[in-house]
Design a protein around this ligand. Sequence first.
Ligand SMILES: Cc1cc2nc3c(=O)[nH]c(=O)nc-3n(C[C@H](O)[C@H](O)[C@H](O)COP(=O)(O)OP(=O)(O)OC[C@H]3O[C@@H](n4cnc5c(N)ncnc54)[C@H](O)[C@@H]3O)c2cc1C
Length: 365
Amino acid sequence: MKKYDVIIVGAGVSGLIAANYLAKNNKKILVIEKEKQIGNKLCAGGLTYKAVAFLKNAPFISKIDLKKIITSKSNTYSIKYRQKEVVSGKSDYPYYFTHRSILDNILLKKAIENNIEIIFDNKVLEIKNNRIIKTPKGSFRAERIICARGVSEFFKNNIKNGDFYFTMQTEFSLKEFDKNTPTNFIYGYVSRGYGWIFPTGKKVVVGIGSRDVYEVKKAFYKMCKDLKLNILNKTIKGAWIPCFEKKEIIKGKIIYVGDSLAATSPIFGEGIYNAFLSGKIAAEIILKNKENNKYKKEIKKHILNKNKFEMLIIYIFYKLLKIFKHKLLYFFMTKLGREIFLIAHGKISYLKLFLSGRFFLRLLR
Ligand SMILES: Cc1cc2nc3c(=O)[nH]c(=O)nc-3n(C[C@H](O)[C@H](O)[C@H](O)COP(=O)(O)OP(=O)(O)OC[C@H]3O[C@@H](n4cnc5c(N)ncnc54)[C@H](O)[C@@H]3O)c2cc1C
């Protein structure tokens, strides 16, 4: 049986970031990916300032790679309640966009340059005794395993309505849109989520997600109809985003990262940055040979505690939105819009917002 220092299950963004950090430090790495090729993950491709800063500082990404990864950037935004625009404007920091086919393949190319091995078209069926990976193409052994298989981590378990965002998304060519289309966030079609129109470069992606699985399909068609988006001949895809507090962060020799950790931000639905961050933290824990508790601590500090707080905010926010509708959005965005964007981009933290008194000052303004 072939032996490796680390086996990574899944060649998505979290797995590939971990692979790059580990391979740069001369670890013997095997990545196992169930698909024949990568980059087909359903995603809107939105990158916040902090996600781009992460890539900028990653030792394996050059300026040229970054230019290729970022397919567009948008400084303007529009917040809608159904068809009605509630607020719009220019944000301090732009939203950047990428296409996953580009981002994932650049990360993979860099990891291969650093001598990782990868096997495509090979689904991990079982992880035995914390160390042995069983696949149709054979069994492999590793000192540590990084579980980066995204949301499919959860499919064998029961999916409880409310624990996942169910999303639907389609794509338009830029020609079908005004070329100055802002980054749109659309509320009011689903009770526990939002819709989006993202200008990602050559494409404009339109989607919606809700933690109430049953309302998404109807809401998606209604939103497109109201916004006069003709989706008659479009391919519409659906996918899940985990959004609950996962108890298993690390188990014996197995470390969970990205969506396998349910690390996506409950408010913004942003998963790429936390996938990057958890992949990097996992690699550092392995490289420094730190005990499991250290990983738990780091992940809680940098990701999960914030997500827990966001879960509480969205619980209250969507309850109030049901009652006050566009008026609540207007109130929030005119008072706190700037701060919400700054938080999304990682320029201020919730803690700083409260401790500095800025939150209360803005509300009283
Ligand atoms: C519609 C939609 C829009 C989104 N938009 C955004 C956005 O704009 N910005 C943002 O930041 N985030 C967004 N997200 C979230 C983001 O896509 C995820 O959080 C991110 O992809 C998680 O990365 P990951 O590496 O954990 O998992 P993934 O990217 O899902 O990668 C997992 C990989 O594991 C492979 N795999 C699965 N099972 C196995 C197995 N048994 N054996 C081997 N391989 C396996 C899969 O094929 C896949 O390649 C969106 C998600 C959805 C669904």
